[in-house]
Design a protein around this ligand. Sequence first.
Ligand SMILES: Cc1cc2nc3c(=O)[nH]c(=O)nc-3n(C[C@H](O)[C@H](O)[C@H](O)COP(=O)(O)OP(=O)(O)OC[C@H]3O[C@@H](n4cnc5c(N)ncnc54)[C@H](O)[C@@H]3O)c2cc1C
Length: 388
Amino acid sequence: MAESIYLTAEHEALRQQVQRFVAKEVEPFGELWEERGFVPREVLLKMGSLGFFGITYPGSYGGAGADALTNLVFAEALSQSTFGGFIVTVLVHTDMASPHLARAGSKAQLDRYLRKVIQGELITAVGITEPGAGSDVASLRTRARRDGDAWVLNGAKMFITNGVHADLYFIAARTAEGNSADAKGSRGISMFIVEKGTPGFRVGRTLKKSGWLCSDTAELVFEDCRIPAENLLGEENGGFYALMKNFQTERIALSAMAVGHATQALRLTLAYVLQRKAFGGVLFDKQAIRQRVAMLDAKNQAARQFLYHCAWLVAQGRDCVREVSMLKALTGELVNEVMYACQQFHGAMGYMRETAIERLTRDARVLAIGGGATEVMLEEVAKRFASA
Ligand SMILES: Cc1cc2nc3c(=O)[nH]c(=O)nc-3n(C[C@H](O)[C@H](O)[C@H](O)COP(=O)(O)OP(=O)(O)OC[C@H]3O[C@@H](n4cnc5c(N)ncnc54)[C@H](O)[C@@H]3O)c2cc1C
């Protein structure tokens, strides 16, 4: 019998294929990548050749043309890795950056880039956040000025995942301001495609993080960076709406990470407390411990069902900003609640760098901050109370 009303035999086959890949190609090497600070390109190319980077993209470019549920099966299976830095390297490419191209790209842009993106030959990054603008996306200040047959970009982007190792960057910049009609409301922001190596574009500095150590994170700088006029991605001044639309895909992926981390942490903790001897038995004998693990498992199972429901809403083409915002807030907080208890039940061992639980605890923290902080997500929910 199927595990869930949402899942088919094909989904299960994909899950097993991804899990095998994670067990064989990721878990034995993750610690080395954490030391180096990035995931080797050969691994990403291998994932591309297995079709993992084109799940929802058109068959004409080498994708599988599948829906949001299949995409979630991939993200959740990937999130069984205990290396959050690896997971986010991939999910930024598949679910946060490249969808900008796939959704808004012109035929010429798709022809030029999409096949290579799907094969892993071009790795992507998305630059929205700036030193002075994070949650408040509409206040971003990087500017793009039209000059003949080019756009000229000036400004800086901050905390950009795949910032150093990407080849193709999707950058949000202001193209209209003041009281002009083009800048009214949330208009005035546009998206641009910037190729690595474009003069005037450079990595300012790489950033040292508390977790996600094998994911590279950087500041990007644009100084009179001239890009061809045809690198405008989507509608001029309509970038804010494109960003908001893409946030649903991004937030489901981040929630899949949260549920995946919590699942792994509970699995590791259960195994640990079942064998750790104390007070004439094992830690699992303590009701306080086993009941806490049971309750956290219950919460995580419930969150997982909601995760699938949200992907189903997306697959049905329904408006689900409220549900996805709830999901992101819920899972970003829950995974940290789970990590706190799981690290606690590992005792001193859980504080040691050599344990997966210590890494998962560091990796999970950002899931309540990045891609929409919990409070910002709850505001998205609350402002829809009035219209409910
Ligand atoms: C490891 C990492 C990778 C990232 N990767 C990328 C990337 O690839 N591309 C990209 O563009 N960005 C990326 N980001 C940026 C990330 O999305 C932002 O950090 C996030 O949106 C929050 O913005 P901020 O850090 O400026 O926080 P601020 O906007 O300064 O907010 C600080 C805190 O204030 C609180 N807060 C904010 N607004 C409200 C509100 N309205 N009501 C109540 N409380 C509020 C929240 O607790 C929030 O955490 C990344 C961040 C990290 C840490």
